[in-house]
Structures are given as structure tokens and as C-alpha cells.
Design a protein around this ligand. Structure first.
Ligand SMILES: C[C@](O)(CO)[C@H](O)COP(=O)(O)OP(=O)(O)OC[C@H]1O[C@@H](n2ccc(N)nc2=O)[C@H](O)[C@@H]1O
Ligand SMILES: Nc1ncnc2c1ncn2[C@@H]1O[C@H](COP(=O)(O)OP(=O)(O)OP(=O)(O)O)[C@@H](O)[C@H]1O
Length: 309
């Protein structure tokens, strides 16, 4: 098959992120509720002799931190897919267009990996079963399986075990991005320093959060958002505390650091409230501000030259 195939994948947020004691393999056990929100990266793949990658982005997103070599997670996804199919000799150019901040705690790289898997599976006509794609995704990164699943879901293990949740209604999120990203491993390291070697019980998902989701109670959801990594992210970026406070002053129902940060999330009553909160935050010039609904679909192929979606 030839032509171009484009897949889109959404940003992820964690409505709750409970983190346990570091495991012998270096990862932390998690109990999290993921939600996919409407900020997207797109990956367009075309036939080529080798595997190559290029990156463009929406104007608010600096991309200097995105590697253009084999360490790009989308290229790793391509290599892993080829190996999974017996080392097939196929090349492709991967053109990534970023709408998700880089190193922002919103799983932009994971989105690119998920989108690349789906787009290449289509371009190369592989028909990889969904369960196998999920296994490949888990090998690429803890957040990648959720990028394939989307919606709202419970994450456990190191985050790679994903169980979808059926929820009602839509939520509107204002996202305050940061021009400078945070490294996920360094936030987990800081988290361990703050815990000072003390062992904690396995993390759990707060009952109040599940109840709020079940009945679509926006105020209750705002009050039950939680993130164990937030204190570590705030230690590395103290200025985020002011951003969270400003969001609360702008009447957001809840304000929280997204995953490992530094993006901050503000839960709003609906779209018009999000427009208002975003406007208030923009006037303070703390960083790029956008807003998006959730939950949205996981990664999917959106266009093909051959019309075979
Ligand atoms: C912070 C979150 O975004 C919350 O959803 C994720 O836990 C991060 O997921 P991710 O970026 O896909 O992380 P991975 O690529 O799997 O791991 C990167 C590094 O983060 C740390 N890490 C990640 C996941 C986890 N459960 N425990 C960890 O300690 C480890 O140092 C690991 O080497
Ligand atoms: N396709 C990619 N897009 C963005 N970063 C990438 C990509 N491939 C590799 N990277 C590297 O991975 C690092 C983390 O990128 P990413 O944008 O996924 O962070 P994140 O959103 O904080 O991740 P998470 O929320 O999953 O912890 C970047 O700083 C960059 O060095």
C-alpha cells in the first residue's frame, strides 16, 4: 500500500494520581484515573526507504526538546512494530505535528507513539490485533496504552494496565502550559526524596472522585482531584503554586498540576466558563493558555490517501 496515513492522538490528564513505593524495577505502582482531552498530536506517515522523522507544532509549543533521531518515541514505535512482525524491511517518514506541550506532563510523546503505531499498521497493511498493539504500547512507555484507549480509564501497575470507565457528560479544562518542560524521571526522583525512604500503602483511587464521575458532579470532581506528584513538581517549579492559586481565584472548580507537570489544569463548569477562566489567566501572562473538553477518543487513523479507514 502507498500514500499518506494520518493518525491523531489526544493529551492525557490524571484526575487522580496515587503513587506507591518505588518497585525494584525502578517504576512506582500507580492508582490513577486517566482522562483524554481534546488537544492532539498528529502523525502522518508516508513510504520511505528508511525511518525518518520531522516535527512541526502549533505556534505556542517550542519543539527544540523533541529528538529527530532514533530516540524519538515515534521512531521507537516504528522499530518495535517492525520487530513484532519478524523484522519486516519497511521504511517510512513520520511527520509529527504537535498540539500537546513537550515534557508538559500531558503524555505528548506517548500520543505520538500511539498515533505512529496505528498509522504505520495501516500504511504497511499489517492488521496487528488490538491486544498486540496494547502490549507493544506498554513496552514503549507507561502512558502509551492509555493513549490508544482514550476516554476516561483506571490505570494501575506502572500505569500500563488500563481499564476503561463508562462516564456521563463532558468536562471542560483550561490548560496553562509552561515554556520550559519538566523531566518525568526527575519529578519521580524528587517525589522519593520527599518521601524520605518511608514505605507507603499501595495507592487507591478516592471514592469521592468515582462518585463525582458517576453522577457528573463538576464541583465535586473539582474538589476531589488529586496528584501525589504535585508536591514534587512544585518543589522543582515553585512558581506553579501561584498559577494554581490564580486559577482558583478565576473561579475554577479545581486546580491541579497535570501528571508530572509543569502544565496546570483548571476544571470549569462548561465551555463558556472555560473561555472566561482562560481569558483571566491569559491576562496574567503566566504562559500559553488553551482549553479543551474531555473525555475524547483515543488514538485513531483520521485520514488516508486510499480512503481505507
Ligand atoms: C507521570 C505519568 O505521566 C502519570 O500518568 C506517568 O507515570 C509517566 O509515564 P511515562 O512518561 O510513559 O513514563 P515511562 O516512559 O514509562 O517512564 C519514564 C520514567 O518515569 C519514572 N516512572 C514512570 C512510571 C511509573 N509508574 N513510575 C516511575 O517511576 C521512571 O523513572 C521511568 O524510568
Ligand atoms: N515524539 C516526541 N515528542 C515529545 N518528546 C519526545 C518525543 N520523543 C522523545 N521525546 C523526549 O521525551 C521527553 C518527554 O516528552 P513528553 O512530551 O512525552 O513528556 P510528558 O508529556 O511530560 O510525558 P508524560 O506525561 O508521559 O510523563 C521530551 O523531553 C523529549 O526529550
Amino acid at each position: 500500500m502507498s500514500g499518506a496515513v494520518t493518525a491523531a492522538a489526544p493529551a492525557k490528564i490524571n484526575l487522580s494520581l496515587g503513587v506507591g513505593t518505588r518497585r525494584p524495577d525502578g517504576f512506582h505502582p500507580l492508582a490513577t484515573v486517566y482522562q483524554a482531552i481534546g488537544l492532539y498530536d498528529r502523525v502522518t506517515v508516508t513510504d520511505a526507504d528508511d525511518l525518518t522523522v520531522s516535527v512541526t507544532a502549533q505556534p505556542r509549543i517550542p519543539v527544540d526538546g523533541v529528538p529527530l533521531d532514533d530516540t524519538n518515541i515515534a521512531v521507537r514505535a516504528a522499530r518495535t512494530l517492525r520487530e513484532h512482525h519478524g523484522g519486516i524491511r519497511r521504511g517510512a517518514h513520520l511527520a509529527i505535528d504537535k498540539g500537546i506541550p513537550v515534557a508538559g506532563g500531558m503524555a505528548g510523546g506517548s500520543a505520538d507513539a500511539a498515533a505512529a503505531l496505528l498509522a504505520l499498521d495501516h500504511l504497511w497493511g499489517l492488521g496487528t490485533p488490538r491486544a498486540e498493539l496494547m502490549r507493544i504500547a506498554a513496552g514503549l512507555g507507561s502512558d502509551v496504552p492509555f493513549a490508544l484507549v482514550g476516554g476516561t480509564a483506571i490505570g494501575s501497575g506502572r500505569g500500563e494496565v488500563v481499564v476503561p470507565l463508562i462516564t456521563v457528560g463532558e468536562y471542560w479544562w483550561v490548560v496553562l502550559e509552561s515554556e520550559r518542560g519538566l523531566s518525568t524521571p526527575s519529578v519521580y526522583d524528587e517525589f522519593d526524596v520527599l518521601r524520605d525512604g518511608s514505605s507507603v500503602p499501595d495507592p487507591e483511587i478516592p471514592d469521592a472522585l468515582m462518585t463525582a464521575l458517576r453522577v457528573h458532579d463538576v464541583a465535586a470532581l473539582g474538589a476531589s482531584l488529586s496528584n501525589d506528584l504535585q508536591v514534587a513538581a512544585l518543589r522543582l517549579r515553585p512558581e506553579l503554586a501561584r498559577a494554581l492559586e490564580q486559577g482558583r481565584l478565576e473561579s475554577a472548580h479545581g486546580a491541579i498540576v497535570s501528571g508530572s507537570g509543569p502544565s496546570c489544569l483548571f476544571l470549569c463548569e462548561g465551555r463558556s466558563h472555560a473561555v472566561q477562566v482562560a481569558g483571566g489567566l491569559r491576562s496574567l501572562d503566566l504562559g500559553p493558555v488553551s482549553f479543551a473538553p474531555g473525555p475524547v477518543h483515543g488514538a485513531r487513523v483520521v485520514t488516508t490517501d486510499d480512503g481505507r479507514v
